[in-house]
Design a protein around this ligand. Sequence first.
Ligand SMILES: Nc1nc2c(ncn2[C@@H]2O[C@H](COP(=O)(O)OP(=O)(O)OP(=O)(O)O)[C@@H](O)[C@H]2O)c(=O)[nH]1
Ligand SMILES: [Mg+2]
Length: 211
Amino acid sequence: MSESEELDVSEYARWLFAQECTFEAGADKMEILPPPTLPEIAFAGRSNVGKSSLINALLNRKSLARISHTPGRTQQLNFFLLGKRFYIVDMPGYGYAAVSKSKIKTWSQLIQNYLKGRVPLKRVFLLIDSRHGFKVTDEAVMKELDQAAVSYQIVLTKTDKSTPLEIETLVESITATLKKHPAAFPIPLLTSSFTKEGLAPLREAIAELVG
Ligand SMILES: Nc1nc2c(ncn2[C@@H]2O[C@H](COP(=O)(O)OP(=O)(O)OP(=O)(O)O)[C@@H](O)[C@H]2O)c(=O)[nH]1
Ligand SMILES: [Mg+2]
């Protein structure tokens, strides 16, 4: 990419994320998703990893997406329409055992069906807590995304909680693991919703995907 094109992307990203953002729909079933007419970008990951916080930080809003004090706050697929151009989808977390078994089953099925079968889904950002790295459930989701050929990128969250050396070690091991995952973008993004680290590159990645 040339320097002028890069400049365009960062300017476009800044413009795009300053546009109006509205909550359009909350869906707890595949049957009631919005019509598949616009591109979608989804934020997935274990419960409490920081999905809703990252969405608010990206959009520079305090509480558009609800943030949890207890895990399991986001209980449906929440669709936020940005600049009338594309949807940002805040997903329920997976892997949290303290809600009822039937709820876990319903959520898991919804998450799986959405991630594997949604035509307008351009990319999944799979969030990983930078203090914990990949867990078994993350690996299972990655495998399914690989099998369904759904493009995804790892986003490390809460980098403010770790030292630079801890982050460097984690990035090395994650990058090695990603080589075995064909649908994964090869390098992770590093973010903190608290310090705003990594938000601009993530906005740019999204702006490029939705055009
Ligand atoms: N230190 C730090 N804490 C964060 C950051 N992002 C989120 N948190 C905290 O992590 C907790 C969970 O954040 P959420 O954004 O609700 O996480 P979630 O992934 O949407 O959770 P569920 O909807 O329950 O799946 C909250 O207490 C946040 O304040 C961050 O960048 N740094
Ligand atoms: Mg949430």
